[in-house]
Design a protein around this ligand. Structure first.
Ligand code: PLP
Length: 389
């Protein structure tokens, strides 16, 4: 079989769209002026920044471009949202889930050290949080709810609209980490009553180190980075105009054919999922089959160490991931898979394939040829597996 190159790790990061890369190069080399400078090239930078803000505001359904704040990425947006809301409230209780990204979990754990209290909600075996459990955990002093839109490991879509409705009824600020959703699922903040949305450019074909926070007007948020008056006094630091403009272009392009692309990717996802499950005995899909983003497949193979599988796939030119990219190499079973109740063996044997615009049906065919054989080979090499059989 001829070796091919297949990048199927789009939840870790995406290829930069050529048009976004062009803007990045153009503005890095030519548009270097500080957006706060008064002379004409500075004003030009300010205009590019304003245009990027407007594009992102429109694509998210914001009422005004003043509701969009540029940051250095998903992690910073999340910190800005959670720490900012906590600082504004001074004290109180925060609700989140056990399957959040470490950017959320570790930020809330830090806040617990300074007197905030937190509830980490369980999820069902399907990896979806139950709205009633959010409802039941609300207290009089709850100041913030933070629930991710799409899980980065298992791709499950959380009931954001219902949680947002509940938060609004109870007057609680609601943040969603939409890093894995933006550019893949239509997000309309005028439709769902979410107060804060974190997004990251490199997950939808933009550059790394660029992100944004949507903050609904009227929601109180203390800045957590102190310094100059940039970003409406909420996020100090000279703006990265090139990255912001490239991010806006990438989001625009991702949203342009979001519907047709999600149908196309869901078709590939289903063929790949069914193909793997039927070709490889003792394998199972992790996370809800239906309430799932079009691009994610997460399958556990009994008796397999996913790191070995990832390396074997790499020898065949396939870039995939065991669990999330952030946890890769740490040798620890994923907190998300543990929250689903998976045994250590199944959690360690989980492989994540995440499709993107770069993938085609021939990639699916190639993976279906390579992967079952790779699993079989690794199992043959494993003394534990032979004993068990
Ligand atoms: N939240 C989720 C769900 C993610 O998947 C990631 C990155 O993988 C982040 C937050 C962090 O985003 P960034 O890499 O832009 O800091």
């Amino acid at each position: 079989m001829e070796k091919r190159f297949v990048y199927i790790d789009n939840a870790a990061t995406t290829m930069v769209r050529p048009q976004a890369a062009d803007i990045l190069c153009e503005l890095t080399a030519g548009g270097y002026a500080n957006a706060s400078s008064l002379y004409s090239i500075g004003r030009e930078s300010a205009l590019r920044l304003k245009a990027a803000r407007k594009t992102i505001a429109q694509l998210l359904g914001a009422r005004s471009e003043r509701e969009v704040y540029f940051t250095s990425g998903g992690t910073e947006s999340i910190n800005m949202a959670i720490r900012g809301a906590a600082k504004s409230a001074g004290k109180g209780h925060i609700i989140t889930t056990k399957i959040e990204h470490p950017a959320v979990l570790n930020t809330i754990r830090e806040l617990e050290k300074s007197g905030f209290e937190a509830t980490y909600l369980d999820v069902g075996q399907n990896g979806v949080v139950n709205v009633k459990s959010v409802y039941d955990s609300v207290r009089d002093d709850t100041i913030l709810i933070s629930v991710m839109y799409v899980n980065n490991e298992i791709g499950t879509i959380q009931p954001i609209a219902e949680i947002a409705k509940l938060a609004k009824e109870r007057g609680i600020v609601f943040h969603t980490d939409a890093v894995q959703a933006a550019g893949h699922i239509k997000i309309d903040v005028s439709d769902i009553n979410v107060d804060m949305v974190s997004i990251s450019a490199h997950k939808f074909g933009g550059p790394k180190g660029a992100g944004a926070l949507y903050l609904r007007q009227g929601v109180s948020l203390e800045p957590f980075i102190t310094g100059g008056e940039q970003e409406f006094k909420k996020r100090a630091g000279t703006e990265n105009v090139a990255a912001a403009a490239a991010m806006a272009k990438a989001l625009e392009l991702a949203c342009e054919n979001i519907d047709s692309e999600s149908v196309r990717q869901a078709g590939m996802r289903d063929r790949l999922t069914d193909g793997i499950l039927s070709a490889v005995p003792h394998s199972r899909l992790n996370g809800d089959r239906v309430q799932r983003i079009c691009s994610n497949i997460n399958i556990s193979f009994e008796g397999i160490d996913s790191e070995s599988l990832v390396l074997m796939l790499d020898m065949h030119g396939i870039c995939a991931s065991g669990g999330s990219a952030c946890m890769a190499g740490q040798g620890q079973p994923s907190h998300v898979l543990q929250a689903l109740g998976l045994s250590e063996d199944l959690a360690k044997g989980a492989l994540r394939l995440s499709l993107g615009e770069n993938n085609s049906d021939s990639d699916v065919d190639y993976i279906l040829k390579v992967l079952p054989e790779a699993v079989q080979k690794l199992r043959r090499l494993s003394p534990i597996w032979s004993d068990r059989q």
